[in-house]
Design a protein around this ligand. Structure first.
Ligand code: PXG
Length: 463
């Protein structure tokens, strides 16, 4: 029986892989590599586990792509989506119309986001939210008759999405190489202490480094001229950049700089929002008081595509009372079915007190167990906060020496993770994790066991 099942499963796997290889262009993938090595076909999922078309079960320590915060198969979200799609599958928010899900979700977001943020502009993704934020920033300064304020300062190695504007705003060089960047975007240093420590070989004080990197923002504003700078954008903790947790001194200093200069402060909460750090938003954790706050991913736990920009009262007042029409919007802004998924997701988070559970119970346990991996010969640093973590793989941990990038050590480790039924992502040689917020202590034990085994196998492969 089992043998028969496996044979059928394999036949299906091959069928999907062939169709996929013949017709599907994948995001951030070398298509030639994928042609030679067939895609893994994920067919179903429950809780924090994924099942592929051969029946293998993987612990998903990435929550999909940092988004399935409440886990897979949540009936409350499925039911809400199903009811809404029958009631009203689509209507728009243009031309002075609205619908109950968009109205209810915007009110719910006003309740859970920082108290000075009470308005949302809806989008279908994080990238669209970033584009919307850029257009809002420029609109804001135009309304205030300061059209020369155009430049947005972002950080190297930041990821803010893949549209032309969002990839420009991001600091990923490999993306910039393919098509350049739009004007009026500049990048400053990221607060990546471990990277700098390895790069310079110098014994670097983390707090001093945090202050220096923050100061580079002020220096850049001075260099460009305050009258030309429109905004500074940053994630509370850089996610796709490698889970970069700044030294405490960094945000203390950046907050002072943002208050000192006449610029808008945009906090990208696409990954850190909705409980990921053990707080509703990364802005709550660091008390950031953003002017604009792009959101997506965890807003609907990834069940349906929805994002948005939260707008502070100060900015909303200008846009609403002085601005006139904002010539911007998407067909699917506030899509009723996506909004229904987001409402059900947020209500589920509230009903299960998931943010408190993460903060007080499961995240401290994850972080404690994660740090046990520091004793491994390959591990140069373990860092983490809330349900975010990073494991730096290095050649010589005592002397802070990284591997040659060409060896692809992170990719080797990620492949061993798959063999051990674990999904972790590699950013260069940094293994990163962002599990569903519903992960239990026993699952965390399983994660650590599989992660250590994968590290051992990586070490053997490299020997
Ligand atoms: N801001 C941040 C901070 C993000 O992480 C976006 C904006 C764009 O969101 P959309 O919904 O347009 O993808 C993101 C997205 C990865 C990975 O491999 C990360 C993201 C997307 C895809 C892959 O870590 N983050």
């Amino acid at each position: 029986m089992t043998q028969q099942f496996t044979a059928v499963a394999h036949a299906n796997t091959e069928k999907w892989q062939q169709l996929d290889a013949a017709h599907h262009l994948h995001p951030f993938t070398n298509p030639k590599d994928l042609k030679n090595k067939a895609a893994r076909i994920i067919e179903s999922a429950q809780g924090i586990y994924l099942t592929d078309s051969d029946g293998n079960e993987y612990l998903d320590a990435m929550a999909g792509l940092w988004c399935v915060n409440m886990g897979y198969g949540r009936q409350e979200i499925i039911d809400a989506v199903s009811a809404q799609i029958q009631q009203l599958p689509y209507y728009n928010a243009f031309f002075k119309t609205s619908h109950p899900p968009a109205a209810e979700l915007s009110a719910l977001l006003a309740e859970i986001t920082p108290s000075h943020m009470n308005h949302t502009f809806f989008t279908s993704s994080g990238s669209e939210a970033i584009d919307t934020a850029i257009r809002m920033i420029w609109r804001y300064w135009d309304i205030l008759e300061k059209p020369e304020k155009r430049i947005i300062i972002s950080r190297k190695n930041a990821y803010h999405g893949s549209t032309i504007a969002a990839s420009s705003l991001g600091g990923m060089e490999d993306m910039h190489k393919q098509g350049g960047i739009i004007p009026n975007i500049v990048h400053v240093e990221q607060p990546y202490w471990f990277g700098k420590r390895c790069e310079t070989g110098a014994d670097l004080d983390a707090q001093e480094f945090g202050r220096e990197v923050a100061q580079s923002i002020a220096d850049k504003i001075e260099e460009l001229g305050e009258n030309c700078v429109a905004a500074f954008i940053a994630e509370p903790i850089q996610g796709a950049g490698g889970v970069i947790i700044p030294p405490d001194s960094y945000w203390t200093e950046v907050k002072k700089i943002c208050a000192q200069y006449e610029i808008l402060f945009v906090v990208d909460e696409v990954i850190c929002g909705f409980g990921r750090t053990g707080h509703w938003f990364g802005s709550d954790l660091y008390d950031l008081k953003p002017d604009l706050m792009p959101i997506a991913k965890g807003l609907s736990s990834g069940y349906l595509p929805i994002g948005g920009v939260m707008v502070s009262d100060r900015i909303a007042d200008v846009l609403i009372n002085q601005g006139g029409e904002f010539n911007h919007g998407y067909t699917y802004s506030g899509h009723p079915v996506c909004a229904a998924a987001a409402i059900a997701n947020i209500k589920l988070m509230q009903a299960e007190n998931i943010v408190e559970t993460v903060r007080e119970t499961t995240a401290p346990y994850l972080q404690k167990r994660l740090r046990e991996l520091s004793d491994h010969a390959l591990v140069g640093e373990v860092r983490g906060l809330g349900m975010l973590g990073a494991i730096e793989l290095v050649k010589d941990k005592d002397n802070y020496i990284k591997f040659d990038k060409k060896r692809g050590v992170g990719a080797i480790c990620r492949n061993h993770c798959f063999e051990n039924k674990l999904v972790m992502r590699a950013v260069g040689d940094t293994m990163i994790l962002s599990p569903p917020l519903i992960i239990q202590k026993s699952d965390i034990d399983t994660f650590i066991e599989r992660a250590r085994k994968s590290l051992d196998m990586t070490q053997q492969t490299l020997a």
